[in-house]
Design a protein around this ligand. Sequence first.
Ligand code: FE
Length: 422
Amino acid sequence: MIRADLLLTHIGELATLDRGPVPRCGPAMSELGLQTEAAVAVDGGRIVWIGPTRKARSAVRLRRGGRTHDLEGRLVVPGFVDAHTHLLFAGDRHREIGRKLRGESYRSIAASGGGIFSTVRATRKASSAQLLRDARGRLARLRRHGTTTVEIKTGYALEPRGELRLLRLLRQLQATEPMTIVPTYLGAHAVPREARGRATAYVDEIVRHSLPTIASAHLARFCDVFCEPGFFSVPAARRILRAAQQLGLGTKIHADEFVASGGGRLAAEIGAVSAEHLLQTPAADRQRLAKAGVVAVLLPLTPFATLVDRPVPGREFVRAGVAVALGTDLSPNSYVESMPLVIAHAVHSARLTPEEALTASTVNAAHALRLADGSGRITVGGPADLAVFDLHHAAEIAGRIGVDPVEVYRQGKFVFTSELRQ
Ligand code: FE
């Protein structure tokens, strides 16, 4: 008899995402591992049993003080994994929307000292307490939308000590927030204004000092580089990411967002864990990514949020056989907190199917973060990270645009429950 401290019964549809290879490419992205009239038993935050509700009573014994929760036919999916955010920042950029409406680009706004550089100024100035408070608010809202695991990139301090401060704040959030947080060092988000004209010296500093310090203190799991004209060139990105690999860090790259920068091709060449954004990646480079097993982290709401008239080519990546994952790109430039909204856009603008979009937000996103503990799946031995929806079918999440869960569990504990729930 299996012992449990929580038993969820009468799950109308349970999308386990626990069948098939990890990560999923091509047709395997449609395999949700569905069960109906299911039950899930949890003990100490881990899933210990999954089966039909009618068998739960005989298979599972509740510990004293344990509880049964009847989900009355609702849908349960894995807590979402948001594979790409920049959510540790101060300040806001809402006034830039007017400039973008008048046709200014991210690059021209940044070149005038606004955009990312206004966020850098505000972040450097902000106290650690304020940065933590703002980040906690964002994380709480992410959870309300069903996210239980999130990648967070630094990159709004840029100067070395400021970046270390941000990484230490991420460590504090890891210790205190009811979420799985994966930290990524993005010191190469832009060349800071004070280092203008000295980009090579800035890259030297990252390679010789920042990366070794970060790796030896285990402050980040990944290193990312913003590889676009006017930011970091392909050779500079190659140098930083190779150095990160030698230190044992995983590598990610912001690639092919504004132009076909060659960043996607570089990700394939060096065997990066993921290439991200990828709005402009040429077909040949999509093939290279597929062959190299690089995950494409697509951010379907970013063009919408930044007034760029070009949909993310999600269908093309799936067709090329690339494992696709999704993220919000939460930042002051793309203030998106809702993974269900990302899923809706992944279908309605990037042309994934609803099943593929769910795979990309769970099991594939966990793979993009190299989490092999069962995050992004509902599996025995894995964390009981679950989102409960007042829907009948997993595929409905994409069609009910922006729908939110009514309950969210992280490691078997409520982290959100809606008062709207009947
Ligand atoms: Fe980004």
